[in-house]
Design a protein around this ligand. Sequence first.
Ligand SMILES: C[S@@+](CC[C@H](N)C(=O)[O-])C[C@H]1O[C@@H](n2cnc3c(N)ncnc32)[C@H](O)[C@@H]1O
Length: 268
Amino acid sequence: MPSVKSLLAGAPAELRFDTELLIARALGWNRAKVFAFGEVEPTADVLEKLAPELARLHAGEPLAYITGSREFFGLEFTVSPDVLIPRADTELLVELAIDQCPTNARVADLGTGSGAIAVSLKHARPDLSIVAVDRSAAALTVAANNAARHGCDIECVISDWYQNLNGQFDVVISNPPYIRADDPHLPSLRFEPVEALVAGALGLDDYKKLAAGAATKLAPGGLLFVEQGADQADAVANLFTQSGLTDIVTYNDLAGHCRVTRARKNES
Ligand SMILES: C[S@@+](CC[C@H](N)C(=O)[O-])C[C@H]1O[C@@H](n2cnc3c(N)ncnc32)[C@H](O)[C@@H]1O
């Protein structure tokens, strides 16, 4: 039987960390134990489960799809290939919404995917009424399960952006698809759903729809928050201005990238 050390030795350098995590998980260990007990030979039962997982990892599949789980904003989220793996970048959107949503606000999370934004926000701000929206029924099932897992009462609605939503919202929040159709990074994202990633030739198609719908679906004085690609802030601000939104503010993420744009609908 191969030892823990020899399993690690077979991992390419860039996959070493994730390999350690998979081995630790298979053995019911923490990561430190993987180093301390390198001579241990996992049992045949453990190897039977671990070997295909390591093969998937080495084939480029993200760790989160193999384990079915990803931490976001301090909560553990179930993920499947039907949903984007929540990114740390998106935590900024949640922080801003926690700070700026008025008390008891009605909030829509458009393109909820795993429910990472909607569930984190509801968990931190139980006063909010949150509707989580996605066009993908499979994604909404994942979001509903994550809401239940964290005891969050959230309404899940299948909809093409605002189409099936009734009434107006005080806050709309979205991390929409924003990758250009010819983006050279797309092959490295091949395990994630393309409809969660790509938004036309310039990556801006969905911002136009979110801004246009805000005219009717945001309550007077309501706020729209979106995540964007690091080089899209000016284009997003222009689209929002053209749609009559005002009071536009941008926010940088920890890496210094202009990651979130916030806009307001006029009071009258
Ligand atoms: C970038 S992912 C964001 C997922 C999640 N909010 C997050 O931040 O991890 C975009 C999501 O928008 C959804 N989506 C794409 N087009 C949509 C549309 N026309 N109407 C509603 N949802 C849509 C996708 O299914 C996907 O779940």
